[in-house]
Write a protein that binds this ligand. Structure first.
Ligand code: OAD
Length: 247
C-alpha cells in the first residue's frame, strides 16, 4: 500500500497523536455512512433532511422513528478491527481520540476518554424542556413527551445548524493544536467544524495521515493518503504489543 511504510514510521516517532474518526470507521461493522445511500424504508430520505430541529418539529414521529431504527441497527452490530486497533494503540501510549460518530462503537471496543463531537445516538434530551422535565410518556408511534410540560424528548445528537458541545469542541481543538501527528480515519471531511481539525493540526506543524478508500475533501490537507478500508489498514499501522513474558 503506497505510503504505508512512511505512515508507520511517522506514527512510531510521534509522541502525541490526534485521531479523528468519521462514519467510515464503522462501515465495516455494518453501519451505513451518512453519504451512502440509505436502505429499505429510509431509501427515500436524505439524512441531512432528517437530522435537523426543523425536521423534528415538522415530523417528530418520522424523525424519532428514524433514530429508533438507527439505534436498533447499531445495537445489533459489533466494533470491527479498526476500532480494536485504536484500543491496541491506547495500550501502547496515550493519544486523543475524537469522533464525529454517534454510534458508541469506539467505547464498546474498549476505548476510554473518547471525545464525541456530535453527541451519542443512545442519549436523549429535551426539546424546549421546562427545566423540571424528568418523566416521559410516549403514545404509540410518537416520541416521548414530558409528563409535566409536554416537551418532546429528542435524540442527544448534534443536528445540522446546531453548535457542537462546547467542552468537546474545546478539548478537540486543544488536542489538535498540540499534537505532533494527526490521523484521520473514514470521514468525507465535508462537515465543519470537525472537518477543520486536521487543518488546525497541520497549521501547528503536525503531519496529517488520511485513511479512506475513496478520495475525500481532506486529501489536500494530508501529507499521506492511505487509500484503504480502515479495518484492513489500521492494524498495519502500529505493531501489536509483545505479550508480557512469564515470570
Ligand atoms: P460521511 O458519510 O460523510 O463519509 C464517510 C467517509 O467514510 C467517506 O469518505 C467514505 O469514503 C469513507 N469510508 C467508507 N468506507 C470506509 C472504510 N471501510 N474505511 C475508511 N473509510 C471509509 O461521514 P462523516 O464524514 O463521518 O454529522 O460525516 C460527518 C458528519 O456528517 C457526521 O458526523 C454527521 C453527518 O451529517 C452529524 O450528525 C452532525
Amino acid at each position: 500500500m503506497p505510503g504505508l511504510e512512511e505512515a508507520r514510521r511517522l506514527i512510531a516517532a510521534a509522541g502525541n497523536i490526534f485521531v479523528l474518526t468519521g462514519a467510515g470507521i464503522s462501515a465495516e461493522s455494518g453501519v451505513p455512512t451518512f453519504r451512502d445511500a440509505m436502505t429499505g424504508l429510509w431509501q427515500q430520505f436524505d439524512p441531512e433532511e432528517l437530522a435537523s430541529e426543523d425536521a423534528y418539529r415538522r415530523q417528530p414521529a418520522l424523525v424519532w422513528e428514524w433514530y429508533l431504527h438507527r439505534r436498533e441497527l447499531v445495537a445489533a452490530v459489533h466494533p470491527n478491527p479498526a476500532h480494536h486497533a485504536l484500543v491496541a494503540l491506547a495500550a501502547q501510549r496515550p493519544f486523543t481520540l475524537v469522533t464525529q460518530n454517534v454510534d458508541g462503537l469506539h467505547q464498546r471496543a474498549g476505548s476510554a476518554g473518547v471525545i464525541e463531537l456530535h453527541g451519542n445516538l443512545f442519549a436523549n434530551k429535551w426539546l424546549d424542556g421546562c427545566g423540571r422535565c424528568n418523566e416521559a410518556t410516549a403514545l404509540p408511534g410518537m416520541p416521548p413527551r414530558c409528563n409535566l410540560c409536554g416537551a418532546l424528548m429528542r435524540p442527544g445528537v448534534v443536528w445540522f445548524g446546531e453548535d457542537l458541545p462546547r467542552v468537546a469542541r474545546y478539548r478537540a481543538e486543544h488536542a489538535a493544536q498540540h499534537c505532533d501527528l494527526c490521523l484521520v480515519v473514514g470521514t468525507s471531511g465535508l462537515v465543519y467544524p470537525a472537518a477543520g481539525l486536521p487543518g488546525l493540526a497541520r497549521e501547528h506543524g503536525a503531519p496529517v495521515i488520511v485513511v479512506n478508500p475513496q478520495p475525500s475533501a481532506l486529501d489536500q490537507t494530508a501529507d499521506i493518503v492511505l487509500s484503504a478500508a480502515a479495518g484492513a489498514c489500521l492494524p498495519l499501522l502500529w505493531p501489536p504489543q509483545p505479550a508480557p513474558s512469564a515470570g
